[in-house]
Design a protein around this ligand. Structure first.
Ligand code: HMG
Ligand code: MG
Length: 298
């Protein structure tokens, strides 16, 4: 009924830290990523090469990417919005890049300052140049399940964006519930449409847990055969250009559920918790994942 194995893509150092008020020092970011590398995670989104004025928390992207200790078997990825971002990412030696845009016209503009139509050629160039140097490219589409500005988003609109991104040559698409409004029924309805067009191996789900539905949405996705999930340790995160966006699905909560269900991930809870406690201390507040709270209380 459920897949035997799932890949967890840790986005905490990017999606998590981009929305934290505290600026985590470059040294602490590097130390945290080095700890994450040893947990058994095979994919870490370490930063983003966006405009530092737009995301000051990740202004040190180049230094972070260039100074982490890379471990074999772990893919170190970063978000890039355009060619300038790609150049910076390649110079810093990232393994993989992710392009991103929104299914919502308004969120797209607020987040990357372009209409959807204007975004396609920009991302197309990034994909072409990244492929030229042999990089895998991931795509993200945001606000799939709802937009903070426009409300509900038609699945046809999301599919139009997805079609374009796959035509460009992206290798995988992550479907984002940017502000955490999705429910399991909606997830299955959207996935039903997607799976008619795209193989399940090329899709990932990116849930935020704003309203507590993220794990339920993971279960709904597992039932549809999806095996890749994005999450952020401790439930850090959110998009600063999506009002109301809060923490990502917490990696530790996800792992607790998958471990209990006998679904293999290769990630070790003990080491994950150590890494969570490290970043919790640096951030200076209790992280809000359920799993960590059971430890914080004891
Ligand atoms: P813009 O101002 O329209 O950019 O911003 P521009 O192309 O007009 O260039 C203006 C200046 O910025 C130029 O400098 C460029 O060189 C510079 P000047 O010539 O004036 O000196 N510039 C850059 N500098 C450094 N790195 C770059 C870069 N690009 C241009 N990459 C831009 C457009 C996309 C750059 C801006 O809007 C931006 O950086 N946005 C970032 C927004 C962001 O990071 N949001 C959060 C991530 S998305 C998310 O969280 C959702 C997700 O998690 C999935 C989900 O949950 O749904 C992925
Ligand atoms: Mg996100």
């Amino acid at each position: 009924k459920w897949p035997k194995q799932v890949t967890i893509k840790e986005v905490g150092p990017r999606d998590g830290l981009q929305n934290e008020k505290a600026f985590i020092s470059t040294k602490d970011k590097i130390a945290w990523i080095n700890q994450l590398s040893k947990t058994g995670l095979t994919y870490i989104e370490i930063t983003s090469f966006v405009h530092p004025k737009w995301i000051p928390q990740l202004a040190d992207a180049a230094e972070v990417a260039a100074n982490i200790e890379k471990i074999q078997g772990v893919t170190y990825a970063a978000l890039v919005p355009n060619l300038k971002g790609l150049e910076r990412a390649l110079a810093a030696g990232v393994d993989e890049v992710s392009v991103f845009m929104s299914a919502s016209e308004t969120h797209n503009r607020k987040n990357i300052n372009k209409s959807i139509a204007e975004t396609f050629p920009v991302l197309q160039e990034v994909v072409i140049q990244a492929k030229k140097v042999g990089k895998t490219v991931r795509g993200y589409v945001s606000t799939v399940f709802g937009c903070p500005y426009e409300g509900s988003i038609d699945v046809e609109q999301t599919i139009k964006v997805a079609d374009k991104l796959f035509e460009m040559g992206i290798d995988e698409l992550s479907l984002g519930d940017t502000i955490g409004v999705a429910n399991p029924r909606q997830v299955q309805e959207v996935l039903e449409q997607f799976l008619k067009r795209f193989p399940k191996e090329k899709l990932a789900m990116h849930f935020h847990n704003t309203r507590g539905t993220a794990l339920a949405n993971v279960l709904a996705s597992l039932e549809m055969g999806i095996t890749t999930f994005d999450s952020a340790l401790g439930g850090l995160g959110g998009c600063p250009y999506a009002p109301g966006a809060s923490g990502n699905l917490a990696t530790d909560d996800l792992l607790y559920m998958l471990d209990g269900m006998g679904i293999a991930t290769g990630v070790q809870m003990e080491l994950l918790v150590k890494a969570a406690l490290f970043i919790q201390e640096k951030i200076g507040r209790k992280l809000n994942s359920h799993y960590l709270q059971t430890l914080n209380e004891s």
